[in-house]
Design a protein around this ligand. Sequence first.
Ligand SMILES: [Zn+2]
Length: 185
Amino acid sequence: MDFKKSQPVDDEPGLWRLQMEFMAEAERFFGSRDQSKKIYQPSWDVNGPYVRYTPSKDGAFAELGFNAKTDWKMVVYQLAHETVHLLDQHGGKQTHLLEEGAAVRFSLDMMKKYGFDTAGLPEVDSYKTALKLFDSLGNDSYLIAKELRATCDNFISIDAIEIKARCPDLSENIISEMLSRPVMR
Ligand SMILES: [Zn+2]
C-alpha cells in the first residue's frame, strides 16, 4: 500500500487492509487463527498498543497508541505485533515470553517487508529479552513456533516438554524463561 497518500487516523479502509494482510502473513508463519473469533477494525487508545476484547469476547481488535495516529511506521510496528496476539484470542490472559518474542520478531519482519527501518527496535528491555528467546529456537524459529502452536492448540498452551522435543539443545532455564509470564503487552 502507498503509505504517503494518507494519515493512519484518517484511513480506516487502509488500516483494515493492513490488518488483513498482517493476519494472512501471521497465519502463514504461525498457522491458522482461531476461526471462532472475530477480528474487528483496529482502533486507538492513549495507553495502546494492546489487544482489546469485545465485552462478549466474541472477538477482539488492536488498539494502537496515539503515537501511531500520524505515523504508518508505528502502525506497522504495533499492528503487526498485536496481530500475533489476535491469532488465538485467549481472552486477555497473560502471554508468555515466547509468544511475545514471536510478536516482536514478526513485527520487525513486517516492517522490513513494508520498507521501514527497524534500527533501535524494540526499545523496551522486556521485548529485547522476548525476541532473544524466540530467536534461540534457531534458524527455523518460525517453523518451530508454528509446529508448537499446532501441537499444543495455541501459543498459551505450549509447554516445556514440546519445546524440549523440538529443541533438545535448549537448557531448562531458557525454556522456563520462554514460558514465564511477566506483565507485558
Ligand atoms: Zn505483545
